[in-house]
Design a protein around this ligand. Structure first.
Ligand code: ADP
Length: 498
């Protein structure tokens, strides 16, 4: 199959979040599975300085943006260690800026115009590059107009008529909402500005547009695909998602095993496999305790936490329980993250009061993240919502038992340890459903008791997790299955044109 992945960011070219990891990894795995995959994204200033060779192609194009026309150029690069072509849309007035979407904490005023331009550029690039596509894989609101252009403006043109479009939602909290006059920039008829299609309470909503006009929609975990159809998680788009439920599915992201693998990780004091974890992990734990100034004890459970310090990640629940735990429980904490000042203050204070038990690093440190994943015994991730989540999968790989809230990708990756799941060999962690601090505290206590009193059960949990497959190959195989089903549905004429 021939697939073009359209995205607003991808590693190693430009990154603000997990979307970039997915879009940098998936095309490489698709190519390894024997498909023709390519990537297209804006040529931001970051792209020019990312250190990868970029060539001019001598291909220019002109697209309409509202009442004016704007010129763009196509550049070419490749994803590292692969032959996967990367096409870069250059338009310096839109993309040659310090940051991708915002400056000084404020979104750029012309974000709608910038991504109308990008979506139109992608449509033109298909023709100019002579791509014979089966699937156009769009990602998040920045590419939400592409399925609409495909259905409304390009459908009857040769080369476009057989293309199926997929929209992947990486986080429904970001929808690309703009005032209604930005509808003029899209060049689409006002008749589409209605509550079934592009409008959301008087505003233009680009994620909704993508959901409505694409041939299929997916999110980054099966559970999140269910959750976003409810008012609790859907951020107002639950109705339109319910309407598209026949073509809505979830595929978990993978982890990059070249980077996250305890057998080869050069950040660690010792490397280990499922067979040598008993020897390697205690060495990593002792090294982490030394590095962070915690008491160097093997018997005490060490809880790791890494991530954005905000309410999405459940830090409000943690804030409720941690003062008492630090004061009374024989448990150590290693916390790495940056975020809301209230959490910076709380954790700094706790680390000062209990230096032998609580270690806090308020920074972004990739090497330390690796060492916490390897050195901790438990990894805590009590998120309020979690489209997929990566840290719990890294933890499984590193033999660090996750304690999570049962939501989104956490629910799909972590099987709570109880008598049944332990007997069947499925258990790989601990989880709780309720959205409150008491449930978190009880589950953490259950995990710490298991660590202390049932070492054989603990070993089993570690081994089950370490042997599971969370690779990109697994995810890419599922994407191929989804692409194939879309293509056969579209070609047999079953896809509905709304
Ligand atoms: P998010 O919702 O933030 O994308 P994920 O769990 O999906 O959450 O992925 C977060 C990624 O960012 C993980 O790879 C995690 O290790 C990393 N990360 C987050 N905060 C930090 C930090 N302070 N230092 C190092 N890595 C971090």
């Amino acid at each position: 199959m021939n697939i073009l992945v359209a995205t607003s960011e991808a590693v190693p070219f430009a990154k603000t979040g997990g979307l970039a990891d997915v879009c940098g990894a998936l095309p490489i795995e698709l190519a390894r599975l024997g498909h023709q995959a390519a990537l297209i994204l804006p040529a931001y200033r970051q792209v020019r300085y990312c250190g990868h060779p970029i060539e001019r192609m001598g291909i220019d194009f002109i697209v309409p943006i509202g009442s004016k026309t704007v010129t763009g150029h196509l550049l070419r690069s490749r994803l590292p260690d692969s032959g996967v072509p990367v096409y870069l849309v250059q338009q310096d007035a839109y993309f040659d800026r310090d940051e991708l979407y915002r400056q000084n904490g404020q979104d750029f005023q012309d974000n709608c115009e910038r991504f109308v331009f990008f979506c139109r550029a992608v449509m033109e690039a298909i023709r100019l590059l002579g791509l014979d596509l089966d699937v156009l894989h769009c990602n998040d609101w920045q590419t939400g107009l592409i399925p609409a252009y495909l259905k409304i403006e390009y459908r009857n043109l040769p080369r476009y008529e057989k293309i199926s479009s997929l929209l992947t939602i990486h986080n429904i909290a970001y929808q690309g909402m703009f005032w209604h006059w930005d509808m003029l920039l899209t060049g689409l008829d006002w008749k589409y500005f209605n509550w079934h299609q592009m409008e959301y309470y008087g505003k233009l909503n680009l994620l909704k547009t993508g959901i409505v006009f694409s041939d299929a929609v997916n999110t980054v975990s099966p559970r999140y695909a269910q959750e976003i159809q409810t008012a609790q998680f859907g951020r107002g788009l639950e109705g339109v998602l319910q309407h598209r439920r026949d073509v809505l599915s979830g595929i978990l992201n993978g982890i990059d095993e070249a980077v996250w693998n305890p057998a080869t990780d050069s950040n660690l004091a010792a490397r280990y496999t499922p067979d040598s974890v008993d020897v390697g992990k205690p060495l990593c734990k002792a090294a982490l305790q030394r590095e962070l100034g915690l008491a160097e004890r093997r018997d005490v459970p060490l809880v790791g936490m890494i991530g954005r310090l905000d309410d999405q990640k459940g830090f409000d629940l943690v804030a409720e329980i941690i003062p008492e735990w630090a004061a009374t429980a024989d448990v150590q904490w290693a916390i790495l993250g940056k975020g809301e000042p209230k959490y910076h203050d709380l954790f700094t204070q706790l680390a000062k009061s209990h230096p032998e038990k609580v270690a806090v690093r308020l920074e972004y440190s990739d090497p330390l993240a690796h060492r916490i994943e390897a050195g901790a015994d438990l990894f805590l991730m009590p998120s309020r919502f979690e489209p997929c989540g990566l840290n719990q999968m890294y933890s499984l790989k590193y033999g660090t038992v996750p304690v999570v809230r049962e939501t989104g990708g956490l629910a799909d990756t972590i099987t709570n340890a109880d008598d049944r799941t332990l007997a069947s060999g499925e258990a790989n962690g601990f989880s709780f459903r309720e959205d409150n601090a008491l449930a978190l505290s009880e589950t953490l206590r259950r995990a710490c008791d298991t660590y202390r009193n049932r070492p054989d059960v603990w070993k089993r949990l570690i081994r089950v997790g370490m042997r599971q497959d969370w690779s990109w190959r697994r995810s890419a195989t599922e994407y191929v299955r989804l692409y194939e089903s879309m293509v056969s549905r579209v070609r047999s004429g079953q896809a509905t044109v709304r």
